[in-house]
Design a protein around this ligand. Structure first.
Ligand code: COA
Length: 357
């Protein structure tokens, strides 16, 4: 089962409302009304809305108090890591019905830039004034220096994102943007402009996992998890071997491909972390969709477009769909589930059988 809230500035929904809405949609989609366990990906409920200890709170408000529930924090990967934890619990044989969810309420008056910066190295970076847009601006500069990537190359990623997002009813921004719109938007952290940045978003997303041999009790279209890879790199960007290469994406991707027994060429559709346009270009390369140094051309040449060799971020990506940080990893998986079930409407990739988030 899969479900998600609309993403956006949702002033009439609280953190718990977002979670319950997404969780009920996933349970209803799956046709289950009991859970053995739940995981809640959330980056910073404490700082965004003053709420920690989400396990019992969310179990209670979902009406399943008593069920073991755990909050998973891994910054913008919180949702992805919650899914991985749920997957392990089912795969281990401990549980049959596990909810993997993610939720974030970013629009509630907090100093969003300051809260997001707590996900980078406080002593080595934040102390000196760097922000997340600033860190990715440095990644962009490193990529430009090493591979000749231009501001126009970054901008084509955003044009593609908004074109896809315009077709996604869940997206925060459903506006088509031209190359000129992107390249004349205001500078946020040079060379990144407003339309190269993901926005500040409220949202929730949820999945129900069960053992593969029970899935047919609930659906004729089960979606199997073939592999899951995770990795860590240095937290401080300055300590990376090469800031232009997302080593952590390469490592986690390689692990997932190995477990699944497939290669990047086998992937029909992918959702990657485009928190800033440069990140998507780095992901193309780190995941092996294109050679290193060729990522800059992929969006411009239509390689990652719908109908291209490897459609990426058909949901509109973080850029247009929105980026409620702790929910993002789960929402990417929800998009992939819709694609593999052939239910993605105007952004359906014909015959998609293998997806990657
Ligand atoms: N993309 C498109 N439009 C955006 C946008 C974005 N990322 N962010 C804001 N807007 C729009 C708003 O809707 C608003 O439009 P309106 O005037 O028509 O209503 C306008 O731009 C100004 O919005 P505002 O909220 O005042 O922008 P801001 O300057 O406070 O914030 C950013 C803009 C880019 C700084 C903010 O979105 C941001 O910090 N993004 C990065 C988030 C981040 O780092 N996430 C973690 C990544 S790892």
């Amino acid at each position: 089962g899969a479900g998600m809230t609309k993403f956006g500035e949702l002033w009439d929904m609280s953190l718990r409302d977002l979670f319950v809405d997404a969780a009920l949609k996933a349970m209803s989609d799956a046709g289950v009304d009991t859970l053995d366990s739940m995981y809640i990906g959330n980056m910073s409920g404490g700082q965004f809305v003053g709420q920690e200890h989400l396990g019992p709170l969310m179990a209670d408000h979902l009406g399943v108090a008593g069920v073991p529930a755990m909050r998973v924090e891994s910054a913008c990967a919180s949702g992805g890591m919650a899914l991985r934890a749920a997957y392990f619990e089912v795969a281990s044989g401990m549980s049959d019905f596990v909810l993997a969810s993610g939720v974030e309420k970013m629009n509630d008056g907090a100093d969003v830039t300051g809260v997001l910066a707590t996900a980078s190295d406080q002593e080595e970076e934040v102390y000196y004034g760097v922000t997340f847009p600033g860190l990715y601006a440095m990644i962009a500069r490193a990529h430009m220096e090493k591979y000749g990537t231009t501001e126009e190359d970054l901008s084509w990623v955003s044009v593609k994102a908004h074109r896809n997002g315009a077709n996604n009813p869940h997206a925060q921004f459903r506006r088509v943007m031209s190359l000129e719109d992107v390249m004349t938007s205001s500078v946020v952290a040079e060379p990144l402009r407003l339309l190269h940045c993901s926005p500040v978003t409220d949202g929730g997303a949820a999945l129900i996992l069960c053992p593969a041999d029970r899935a047919h009790e609930f659906t004729d279209q089960p979606v199997k998890i073939l592999g899951s890879g995770a990795a860590t790199s240095t937290l401080a960007l300055a300590n990376r071997m090469d800031p232009a290469d997302l080593d952590v994406v390469e490592l986690s991707g390689t692990r997932a491909f190995e477990q699944a027994g497939i290669s990047p060429r086998d992937v029909d559709v992918a959702e990657v972390h485009d928190c800033f346009a440069i990140a998507e270009i780095c992901c193309y390369e780190a995941l092996g969709f294109v050679e290193r140094g060729k990522g800059k051309d992929a969006a411009k040449d239509g390689v990652t477009d719908l109908g291209g060799a490897i459609p990426v971020n058909v949901s509109g990506g973080l850029k247009s769909k929105g980026h409620p940080v702790g929910a993002t990893g789960i929402s990417q998986a929800v998009t992939i589930v819709d694609q593999l079930r052939g239910k993605a409407g105007d952004v359906q990739v014909d015959g998609a059988r293998i997806g990657l988030a």
